[in-house]
Design a protein around this ligand. Sequence first.
Ligand code: PEP
Ligand code: MG
Length: 879
Amino acid sequence: MTQKQVVPFQEGNASMKSLLGGKGANLAEMTRAGLPVPPGFTITTEACLAFFKVGNRISEDLLEQIAAALKQLEKQKGQTFGDANNPLLVSVRSGSVSSMPGMMDTILNLGLNDVTVQGLAALTNNEKFAYDCYRRLMQMFGNVVLGIEGYHFEQLLHRLKEKEGAQQDQDVTAEGWKGLIEDYKKCILAKTGLAFPQHVYEQLRLAVEAVFKSWNNQRAQIYRKINRIPDEQGTAVNIQSMVFGNMGSSCGTGVVFTRNPSTGENTFFGEYLINAQGEDVVAGIRTPLAIAALKSEMPLIYEQLFAASKQLEKHYKDMQDIEFTVENNKLYLLQTRNGKRNAQAALKIAVDLVHEGLLTKQEAVERIEVSHLDQLLHRGIDEEAVKDVLAKGLPASPGAAVGQLVFDADTAAEWSRAGKTVILARNETTPEDIHGVIASEGVLTSRGGMTSHAAVVARGMGKPCVCGCEEVRIVLDEKRMFAGSRVVEEGDWITLDGASGRVIIGAMPLHEARMTDELLVMLEWADDIRTLKVYANADNPEDAKIARQLGAQGIGLCRTEHMFFSPTRLPVVQRMILADNKEDRLQALSQLLPMQQSDFEGMFEEMDGLPVTIRLLDPPLHEFLPNLEDLQKRHTELTYNKGASDLEREEIAHLLRKVQALHEANPMLGQRGCRLGIVYPEIYDMQIEAIFCAASGCIDRGVRVLPEIMIPLVGHANELKILRELVDFVAEQVLGKDKLRDCPYKVGTMIEVPRAALTARQIVAYADFFSFGTNDLTQMTYGYSRDDAEGKFLTHYVDQKLLPHNPFQVLDTEGVGQLIDLAVNAGRLVKPSLKTGICGEHGGDKESIFFCHLTGLDYVSCSPYRIPLARIAAAQAFI
Ligand code: PEP
Ligand code: MG
């Protein structure tokens, strides 16, 4: 049996979207609802996929089905395709399953040729109109089907208008159009070697083929990639009988939105043009009128349009974007779809629809596109001002930043002190750059991925960051940045867009972040629905405060090493790491203790009554030490510098020896995490003491403290055993038995080494909680370096669709996810009360949050500014 690949509008409905595409399904649904839709039919997405499968060829069977549907359409319209006296004309439009506005192609007025154009002229008694339609067909056909660049036709049109002294297209005479048609024919012949097809079925076949193929045009491919639309969907093609808005002053065409797509206000919004055809409204050749003007110009039509719009909005329970045409005072609806809107409008519309009784709260929450919330929660760029995009990197931390370019942290700090706003651009950042990061509005790096130092630190601080921007090359000595043939100097103004990864030349105007009333309402609804808790990754009291304001239910990760990233503390940490003996190390540690204690006190106070997970030191040591190459250079300089003292030389030589001794070929797999704490227990000892001293002080002040002490990088149960004993011992020493009762602390481990997941059954004996460090777990499961992979092969892998996503952004549920699932189940089997969460960067990603909910984790922990997004995603996961 042959498969039905063509569906007339009257036979389809909205539930057939995957087969008919969004436009086709909605045209069918409107037809069923009795709305005035010009009749037509849809060629299915399956037909498109079959077309691709056989090497971009339309099968005989499909051609027969199209011909049969056309016969039926001819009957409905009382016209015949290709008829010399009463020709049926059709539009051919793409219609994908997921909305891809403007990405694919459309051809209007199909069915016109040298003969039928005369029929149309006689029938409408309007020669000028008929020939205008014909030249439009040739222009669209030439461009879309035959691939001739549009400007060739535009040039000829322009020349004609000049010749006739015509301001607008409507001013051109019928003779003018006839002449232009001859010019277009010559142009088509010259460019393709083929004549414009006079056979109308040939026109139709070529047009359908071209629309199928437009699924794979470059802009459609890019759009799909950005919006994560599967390539396998294919597009449907809608063939619809033409109605004409360009037949005179009782005709027109326009687009309306049932609510304002920029603000969400419940006001009828849109534009129209009298005496115009479809693309004129969007093409910007003539300035359209606001829809309110139609009320006086065509009052009856306005009323019908308004009523139909409200009917459609009610039917679809969402704001609609509707295309309409008026032909000789009769209204036709050509398309309806859920209207695109910005984030604030989306929230307002959803909240209003709940209040109007059209949606439930659950449906409203479900509808929020969480990735759009970034628009609201961070400063954004006024897009109209964007002219000159220099390069594009990874969108590592959202928000927009404007400043003068600097290439080193000291200059950043100095210029910032002098009142300048700066953007710090580095090949990559290290903790030694932290004062520069703090001083700057945003950070740009040419190397490193989404979990690189710059990305993690900037995200934690809520600063915009674009990283791994390989198109730019920074030459520090010259204080210049190169991108292709472009050069940007220190002090030049640039704008970073951390949400898209764009680096833009000049200072773009920005708009502020907005925590609007509607967002607060939506978050409350989401909180009522979700079961997954949302914690924050925060390393200092200020971030903890912001996190709590944004709805954090605890701190899921305080990276204590980040507490040392300040110009006053870093030298003490370096002294501690470089100490030659235990005594020197203890001396440095005693200096660090009060610093840590005051940080923890601040965190506990901000999070009064909520858990605070503190991770003991986990620095890959290289992140805290001076750069080996820099040191070698300095050492050589001093050796040959006669002015240098022996002491200076000895100091640098000593430092160099130490750094060389600590240097590791692979520091991410080296002396870090609990390995450091086991070899140098005095370090963790100091940290644990600081935690419980802080807890003690807070308890005295009536603060409810719930510390959760987390051991990083555990791979063997014995590691956790030793360190848990240390925590319990120090806790009792500091607090004493009585006070311990007021401090119900937990000890747990990060699961970030595959072996830890595999041996969860043994490890859980010493753990009150598991927190999945999915940055390292991804790194070690895949064997991809989290610092280098994105800039090297990973982007290529994702581009080639070898991997569905960058696994450092979206959790690899198949592999890494399996380890998580396994560890959670094994752990809970032994200890049902085991608390589980995730604190890698995936904690702020929608798809990963869905996985965490399904796996039954207790919480996700993400950077403070992603908390609203995570709250909504967690609710959506539940729904
Ligand atoms: C992790 O590995 O996922 C994690 C949270 O720790 P870090 O990023 O600090 O290594
Ligand atoms: Mg880690």
